[in-house]
Design a protein around this ligand. Structure first.
Ligand code: BES
Ligand code: MN
Ligand code: ZN
Length: 479
């Protein structure tokens, strides 16, 4: 689908994508396609150089049929973030207009534009799966020629990042009657086989043997057995980085039941698990020299005569007892045992990813992932990666006052819901009780794992957030 060639204005393409800035920097070869009138077109306003504005013009010569101009704006508008968004917009146009033979003049944009383009193209042209009975028309993939001194590895890396995001989006979109703990595990196994990862699926009986009383309590009301999914990517001989995902395939809230409007959409409560699997898709394609272990606690949170209840006291795998004050604070219970299990691999860092609290939505809105950490250096490397991917993160305070409240219970070591105010932090602090001294990042993606409207890089709905940031962080990890 992607080809590499050198830019030659006399070569013929159906469409060529060109960045256009100041009128006096127009390439002569490009100008020739328009009879020397590009400057005049800019001055007359028929061709916009405004940031991210797209103008499509047929050429005057009739060889290359048309040029798709992207306005570059001012000099400092050429950020990775902007270029990615512009390429996303262009990609959507390629798809919606059914263009089949497109060349991209990468040098008219920025260094490293090839990788940015393929990442944006994969993300922007993605469509969520549907279950509509009318058969989908097969669309022919376009040929996209990347013009310039382009490395195949950059093309592949960009596409790998985008594909990882799309795996996460697809899984998050799937309804809970189709994506259960069981089918999520099946998908993980399929992914592991495809990329030659070691994997292990722990069944309910094994979890019972290990004493995973927290995860099992959440599953208690369900007719579908839970799964603990473990994937191992080995690219080096070293202690692994553990990435732990909340895989609640549906969250009714349990007996602390959600209001009817709060239940709709809870098929997406495995967004953290989806991030882990999307990340492993990317790792499988990019194969960095790192070790990563992915762990997913998968179950739904249902109600029945067997379900766990408020006031129950349960015992987690690490022996800590938990007073359940709210069965809707189930994600932290799932993570508790998944994190304890992760620690058996003696990881050098633990990163948990979860749609954990509505509180993070209140605090940070829908564009920023809320974080907690016990290690500032680790947080800085996340921040750095997130600046490159433009997936925003913000560190919340992990003060002792929060930890004290998580440990407050008359009857147990911990309670799972100390109250409404600051509850994003309580959620993270609860998970922190199972992490111990291992460097740790907690990523609450409840606000960012889905979006209410489409943007240049994809449709509304699941975003696959943090797949690229974690992949980037792992790729640039300092030993
Ligand atoms: N899955 C929810 C969090 C959530 C809310 C995700 C909105 C996506 C959108 C989580 O299990 C939950 O119910 N959290 C409670 C915690 C509370 C009971 C302490 C919440 O946010 O209200
Ligand atoms: Mn819940
Ligand atoms: Zn939940």
């Amino acid at each position: 689908m992607y080809q590499i060639a050198q830019l030659n204005w006399t070569d013929t393409y159906e469409t060529i994508v060109v960045g256009v800035g100041a009128a006096d920097s127009i390439d002569e070869g490009l100008d020739t396609l328009f009879g020397g009138r590009v400057k005049a077109l800019i001055q007359s306003g028929d061709l916009s150089t405004k940031t991210g504005e797209v103008t499509i013009l047929p050429t005057f010569t009739g060889e290359t049929a048309r040029v798709l101009f992207v306005g570059l704006g001012q000099r400092n508008d050429m950020t990775t973030e902007n270029v990615r968004n512009w390429f996303g917009k262009v990609s959507k146009l390629i798809k919606s207009r059914g263009l089949k033979d497109v060349a991209v003049a990468l040098d008219t944009f920025t260094d490293g534009a090839a990788r940015i383009f393929t990442e944006a193209y994969e993300m922007a042209t993605y469509a969520h799966p549907t279950y509509k009975s009318a058969p989908k028309e097969a669309v022919e993939e376009p040929t996209i020629t990347l013009l310039g001194d382009v490395d195949q590895t950059d093309i592949d890396a960009g596409a790998a990042y985008g594909k990882g995001v799309n795996v996460a989006r697809t899984l998050t979109m799937m309804p809970a009657n189709i994506l259960t703990a069981e089918t999520l595990a099946d998908y993980a196994v399929e992914l592991a086989k495809r990329h030659d990862f070691k994997y292990r699926i722990l069944e309910k009986e094994e979890m019972e043997g290990l004493g995973m009383g927290a995860l099992l309590a959440v599953n208690q009301g369900s007719t579908i057995p839970p799964k603990l999914i473990v994937l191992e990517y080995r690219g080096a001989e070293e202690a692994p980085i553990a990435v732990v995902g909340k895989g609640v395939t549906f969250d009714t809230g349990g007996y602390s039941i959600k209001p009817k409007d709060g239940i709709v959409g809870m098929k997406g409560d495995m967004g953290g698990a989806a991030t882990v699997l999307g990340l492993f898709e990317t790792l499988g394609l990019t194969r960095p020299k790192r070790n990563v272990i992915g762990i997913i606690g998968a179950t739904d949170n249902m109600i029945s005569g067997d379900a766990f209840k408020p006031d129950d006291v349960i015992t987690a795998m690490n022996g800590k007892t938990i007073e359940v004050l709210n069965t809707d604070a189930e994600g932290r219970l799932v993570l508790a045992d998944a994190v304890t299990f992760a620690k058996t691999y003696e990881p050098k860092a633990i990163i948990d990813v979860a749609t954990l609290t509505g509180g993070v939505l209140v605090a940070l809105g829908t564009d920023v992932t809320g974080c907690l950490t016990n290690d500032d250096t680790l947080y800085r490397s996340l921040e750095e990666a997130s600046r490159e991917t433009n997936e925003l993160v913000w560190q919340m305070p992990y003060f002792d006052v929060f930890i004290d409240k998580v440990r407050k219970s008359e009857v147990a070591d911990l309670n799972n819901s100390p109250g409404r105010f600051g509850h994003m932090i309580f959620g993270g602090a609860f998970v922190g009780e199972f992490v111990g001294d291992t460097p740790w990042l907690h990523l609450d993606i409840a606000g960012t794992s889905e979006r209410a409207a489409a943007n240049d890089l994809g449709p509304k709905g699941p975003t696959g957030v943090m797949v690229r940031t974690l992949a980037r962080m792992i790729e640039s990890w300092e030993r």
